[in-house]
Design a protein around this ligand. Structure first.
Ligand SMILES: Cc1cc2nc3c(=O)[nH]c(=O)nc-3n(C[C@H](O)[C@H](O)[C@H](O)COP(=O)(O)OP(=O)(O)OC[C@H]3O[C@@H](n4cnc5c(N)ncnc54)[C@H](O)[C@@H]3O)c2cc1C
Length: 384
C-alpha cells in the first residue's frame, strides 16, 4: 500500500489550487485526476472566467479580496500570465436590484469604483449599448482569467514544489478507517492522514451518503465574431455584466481578436449527474443569446459561431461546501462552487489547505461549512 500525508481527489479548479498551496507549504501530498489538469470536460470549460468582486455576494467578497494577490503569486510562481485586470462594467437601471446590490457592496467593502451615466458609457465603451437612464458601475480591479491554463499552471507549480500527481487516474473508493483514509485509485490502494474531496460536478459519486446533496447544472457560453468596423476607436474592453431577476448576461473581452465570448445564464438546465453531461444546445437558448447580443453588444455580429457547455455543482442554498466533512473530519470538502467559484479558487484552495493542515480556517468562512447539512455518519470502524 502506498501512503502520504494528504490526498487531493480531483485536480480540477479547486484541487489544483489546494495542491499548489499544500506543496508550497512543504506538505507530502498526492493529487489524483481522472483526466488531465486543465481539461475542458467539467467546470473549467470555456476558455476564460470572469474575475470580479463588486457583484459577488457579501460572503464571497472576503474570499475575492484574498484571491487577487494569490492570482498574482501563482503567475509569479508558474511563470504564466493568467489574470487580465481589464475592468468590469455592471449595467442596469439605477434603482434595480442588481445595481443597488453592487453599490451596496462597493460602500460596505470600500471597493474602488466609478459610477457612469449612459452617455459616459456610450462614449467610453461604444461596444456596449445602454438604455437611456441606465447607469454603469465600473470596477477597475475586475477582468478575466485563463481557465485551463490556470488549472494546469497550479498543478505544474505544485509538482515543482514536490507534490505527486497521478493523472488519468480515477479514484474508485474512499474509505475512512482507524489508521487513516484509504483510497482506491486505478486499482491501487493508498493511505492518507487526510483527504480533500475536490471532485467538482462529479461531487458525491464517491461518498453519496456522506456528502450533502449537490445539484449539477449545465452552463452555456458562446462566441460571436467581432465586427471590427463597429469597434473602431475602442482600445480597452472590460467584462460586462447585466442581471435580471432570473438571468445573468455578460461578455468577456476577446482573447483571439476575432471573437468575443458571451454568456446567458438562466437557471435550471439540470443533469441527474456529471455522467449525463452532453454538449447539445437548444435552438431556443441560441436564439435568446443572439437576441441579447443584438440588443446590448453592437460591436458583435449577432450570430454565434462556437458553443461550449460546461457543468458545475451547487448546494440547495447555492453556497459552497468548504471545510471538514460532518461524517469524518479527516475528509475535507471543497465542492459545490455554484457557477462562480473560479475567480476565488486560489483563496478557496488556500482555505482547503488550512482545513487539511490545521482542521480550521478563518472564522469568516463559517457560512460555507458542510456541517449546515445533515449527512449519514460512517459506521463506527474505530470500535470494529
Ligand atoms: C460555462 C461556465 C462558465 C463559468 N464562468 C465563471 C466565471 O466567469 N467566473 C467564475 O468565477 N466562475 C465561473 N464558473 C464556475 C467555475 O468555473 C466553477 O465554479 C469551478 O471551476 C468549479 O471547480 P471545481 O474544482 O469544483 O470543479 P472542476 O474544475 O470540474 O474540478 C473537478 C475535478 O475532479 C476530477 N474528478 C472528479 N471525480 C474524480 C475521481 N473519482 N477521480 C479523479 N478525479 C476526479 C474531474 O476530472 C475534475 O478535473 C463557470 C462555470 C461554467 C461551467
Amino acid at each position: 500500500m502506498r501512503q502520504a500525508e494528504f490526498g487531493v481527489i480531483g485536480v480540477g479548479t479547486l484541487g489544483a489550487m489546494a495542491l499548489w498551496q499544500l506543496a508550497r507549504r512543504g506538505c507530502d501530498v498526492v493529487g489524483f485526476e481522472q483526466h488531465q489538469p486543465g481539461h475542458q470536460l467539467g467546470a473549467a470549460a470555456g476558455d476564460t472566467r470572469w474575475v470580479r468582486t463588486a457583484s459577488e455576494e457579501a460572503d464571497c467578497i472576503l474570499l475575492m479580496e484574498r484571491a487577487l494577490p494569490l492570482w498574482r503569486e501563482l503567475e509569479r510562481d508558474s511563470g504564466h500570465a493568467l489574470l487580465d485586470l481589464c475592468g468590469g462594467l455592471y449595467v442596469g437601471p439605477p434603482d434595480g436590484d442588481f445595481i443597488c446590490g453592487v453599490r451596496q457592496n462597493c460602500d460596505d467593502f470600500s471597493l474602488p469604483h466609478e459610477v457612469l451615466t449612459a452617455p459616459q458609457i456610450r462614449s467610453r465603451h461604444p461596444q456596449f449599448a445602454v438604455a437611456d437612464g441606465e447607469v454603469g458601475i465600473f470596477e477597475g480591479a475586475a477582468g478575466q482569467v485563463q481557465a485551463s491554463l490556470s488549472v494546469a499552471a497550479a498543478a505544474a507549480a505544485a509538482q515543482r514544489h514536490g507534490a505527486r500527481l497521478e493523472i488519468r487516474c480515477r479514484v474508485e473508493a474512499v474509505e475512512p478507517r482507524a489508521d487513516g483514509i484509504h483510497v482506491l485509485a486505478s486499482g491501487e490502494e493508498w493511505r492518507f492522514d487526510r483527504v480533500l474531496m475536490a471532485t467538482g460536478p462529479w461531487g458525491r459519486s464517491l461518498l453519496p451518503d456522506h456528502i450533502p446533496h449537490l445539484e449539477v447544472e449545465r452552463f452555456h457560453v458562446s462566441w460571436y465574431p467581432i465586427d471590427s468596423s463597429a469597434r473602431r476607436g475602442t482600445s480597452t474592453e472590460p467584462i460586462l455584466e447585466r442581471q435580471g431577476a432570473d438571468y445573468i448576461f455578460g461578455s468577456w473581452p476577446s482573447v483571439d481578436g476575432l471573437t468575443a465570448k458571451v454568456g446567458f445564464a438562466a437557471p435550471a438546465d439540470r443533469l441527474a449527474g456529471a455522467e449525463d453531461m452532453h454538449q447539445a444546445v437548444s435552438p431556443a437558448v441560441i436564439e435568446l443569446t443572439d437576441e441579447y447580443v443584438r440588443r446590448w453588444l453592437p460591436g458583435l455580429v449577432a450570430r454565434s459561431v462556437r458553443h461550449v457547455m460546461g457543468m458545475d455543482a451547487h448546494t440547495s442554498d447555492r453556497k459552497f461546501l468548504l471545510g471538514p466533512s460532518r461524517a469524518d473530519s479527516r475528509i475535507v470538502l471543497a465542492l459545490g462552487m455554484a457557477a462562480h467559484g473560479f475567480k476565488m479558487s486560489p483563496a478557496t484552495g488556500a482555505a482547503a489547505a488550512d482545513y487539511l493542515l490545521h482542521g480550521e480556517s478563518s472564522a469568516d468562512l463559517a457560512g460555507f461549512l458542510p456541517e449546515r447539512f445533515p449527512v449519514l455518519p460512517f459506521l463506527d470502524y474505530r470500535s470494529a
